[in-house]
Design a protein. Structure first.
Length: 307
């Protein structure tokens, strides 16, 4: 397995010296945002993690290697190369074996992070049960990954284009803790509210770090969600964004958009319909998640050393 992993010097040094590390995905760079906002966001997020006491490890697949940390030129490649494939658990071995370039989703980033020994991952929002999932059976592999892979995922909830109620029900069935970070309500990505609650509220990185340490020391494998709402100054109104999403969903159906193409299509359509406001909110929430994830990684690192 180790022969598939490749590290930047910064990440290797951090892991060898038991320093806090935060994993980052590449799908948000290759498929979630346009150029040049994607590369600007990627660099800023890495720096935010450093500024908050941890080391960033942006993860992607290139030339038959799982890259744990990317160089500046590699980040540029993920930001500009139109042939970058979207990689989840199903695709992981194929992209590696074929030598293609693949951007890791939440699920694939969790897999790579666990292989590398990284326990905290910052992203925008997780995937989940799609609307009309009872008809299409379209359920993101992120949810099954959270049930089996021991990585804490700091996110602004699930993407609001999804069926949040069914997503939370699925997570409950799989035994995945949903922690509200300084909130009692599950955030809905672009908005701070959703109408759904969380399992537990925690207000400090130390509380979250202790929960992580306890869960995994008990041998209870699987991840957890740290739901961190977008800052109020950047949040969108829940009702307004819901109306926009309904319009985007209608257009997706009319254009027979399905499978892994649904989420990029919907996010792009929402960006158009909100005249770019959704992209600003997306960037803001990713930065906020990165800062919180770094603080949690440092707290978990200190707690695991204690015990």
């Amino acid at each position: 397995m180790k022969s598939y992993l490749s590290y930047t010097d910064e990440v290797r040094h951090a892991l060898e010296n038991n320093l806090p590390v935060v994993a980052l995905e590449t799908t948000i760079i290759s498929h979630g945002m346009p150029y040049p906002q994607n590369i600007e966001m990627a660099k800023e997020v890495e720096q935010i993690i450093r500024d908050n006491g941890a080391v960033p490890a942006t993860i992607g697949i290139m030339n038959g290697q799982i890259k744990i940390g990317l160089s500046e030129s590699e980040l540029e490649e993920f930001a500009t190369n139109k042939s970058v494939e979207k990689v989840s658990r199903r695709d992981f071995p194929y992209i590696l074996a074929s030598g293609k370039i693949g951007a890791t989703t939440v699920a694939a980033t969790m897999i790579a992070a666990q292989l590398a020994g990284i326990r905290v991952f910052a992203t925008g929002g997780i995937g989940g049960v799609h609307r009309e999932g009872e008809i299409t059976w379209d359920v993101s592999a992120d949810l099954t990954e959270l049930a089996q892979t021991s990585v804490a995922v700091v996110c602004a909830g699930a993407k609001s284009i999804l069926d949040l109620g069914r997503t939370l029900e699925y997570l409950e069935t799989q035994g995945v803790p949903v922690v509200g970070y300084r909130t009692d309500e599950f955030p809905s990505f672009f908005a701070r509210k959703s109408g759904f609650g969380v399992d537990f509220r925690m207000d400090t990185p130390e509380q979250v770090g202790t929960l992580m340490d306890t869960k995994w020391k008990l041998g209870m494998e699987g991840g957890m969600i740290i739901a961190n709402p977008v800052p109020e100054s950047d949040a969108m109104d829940h009702n307004k964004i819901e109306a926009v999403i309904q319009q985007a969903l209608t257009e997706a159906k009319e254009n027979n958009i399905a499978g892994k193409k649904v989420t990029p299509f919907l996010l792009d359509k929402v960006k158009q319909l909100t005249e770019g406001k959704s992209l600003q909110t997306n960037i803001a929430l990713v930065k906020h998640n990165a800062a919180v994830a770094a603080q949690i990684a440092a707290a978990y690192n200190a707690k695991s050393k204690e015990s």
